[in-house]
Ligand binder design. Structure first.
Ligand code: SAM
Length: 162
């Protein structure tokens, strides 16, 4: 498969998983956590699909399209290992969706960060909330749910908090 095809498949998987998650939480109130702003594409998609939801974004350094930079109260700047643990009080309630898109292409660094996310994210979530991830995770107290049709296993991941 060409790198272009692979990129397109990943982007489609990402969009379809976020769309499924947005549909599944239509009756589950709560904020959204976006881990990894990057260019701001998925942040923009989430705010379009989930109008009215508070979306809190975690990013080491902002390099997004100017239209896709959250306002100051919704942006946690710094390494998520520093910013995520203290955020529960700011949220007020558990998150309905967390999207972790933190992949760097360095397998060792990604695995180490995934281990942190596995422990840090579930306590911030609401029961029945969804964790959508580009990396394979094993979040405590969560179970994987089936991916949208047509997405190869291992391309993207969705977990539901029990
Ligand atoms: N979702 C984004 C989009 O649609 O444009 C792409 C995200 S990009 C693949 C990954 C982002 O995660 C990068 O911007 C990187 O700076 C951020 N990131 C990676 N590790 C991080 C960490 N430990 N703390 C904070 N941000 C991190």
């Amino acid at each position: 498969m060409s790198r272009l095809d692979s990129f397109i498949r990943r982007a489609c998987a990402q969009r379809d998983c976020l769309d499924l998650a947005a549909r599944l939480v239509s009756n589950l109130p709560g904020p959204v956590l976006e881990l990894g702003l990057g260019n701001g594409r998925t942040y923009d998609h989430l705010r379009e699909r989930l109008p009215g939801r508070e979306i809190y974004v975690f990013e080491r350094r902002v390099a997004a399209h100017p239209d896709c930079v959250p306002d100051f109260p919704h942006l946690f700047l710094g390494d998520i290992r520093d910013t995520l643990p203290g955020v529960a009080a700011r949220l007020g309630e558990g998150a309905a969706i967390a999207h972790a898109d933190l992949g760097s292409g360095n397998p060792a660094a990604d695995a180490a960060l995934a281990e942190f996310v596995d422990a840090a994210l579930p306590p911030l979530m609401k029961a029945r909330g969804l964790i959508v991830s580009d990396q394979k995770l094993a979040p405590a107290g969560c179970e994987p749910i089936p991916l949208p049709a047509g997405i190869e296993p291992g391309r993207y991941y969705i977990f539901r908090v029990r």
